[in-house]
Design a protein around this ligand. Structure first.
Ligand SMILES: [Ca+2]
Ligand SMILES: [Ca+2]
Length: 123
């Protein structure tokens, strides 16, 4: 996990990346009531991914595809926040399913690079 830390930031290389209170939204110490609050549209906008080129979005996709299968599977999707910040929490099972449903256009249970690009573009 550690090697992927900040790689997404390297791709985004944005000087205006939000830190606090943005990342506090994803603090693992958050009370359970704050869980299930993940909004991928807001997230992609706030980390600046939406404004990046198609190539940069693909680079981020390949970082999140940790096992290099060519797809982001459900277990990888749950760690999506950690790709951006090592201190971020994992997505809850419910959030992961919601995000998968939003991104998995062809219903094969995983997100391909084109689906990921579409998901970012839609945000
Ligand atoms: Ca994968
Ligand atoms: Ca799919």
């Amino acid at each position: 996990m550690r090697e992927s830390i900040n790689k997404c930031f390297d791709v985004l290389h944005s000087p205006t990346l939000p830190y606090q209170p943005f990342w506090s939204l994803f603090d693992p110490a958050l009370p359970p009531t704050a869980i299930d609050s993940f909004d991928h549209k807001k997230f992609f906008q706030m980390v600046g991914l939406k404004k990046k080129s198609a190539d940069d979005v693909k680079k981020v996709f390949h970082i999140l595809d940790k096992d290099k299968s060519g797809f982001i599977e459900e277990d990888e999707l749950g760690f999506i926040l950690k790709g951006f910040s090592p201190d971020a929490r994992d997505l809850s099972a419910k959030e992961t399913k919601t995000l998968m449903a939003a991104g998995d256009k062809d219903g094969d249970g995983k997100i391909g690079v084109d689906e990921f690009s579409t998901l970012v573009a839609e945000s």
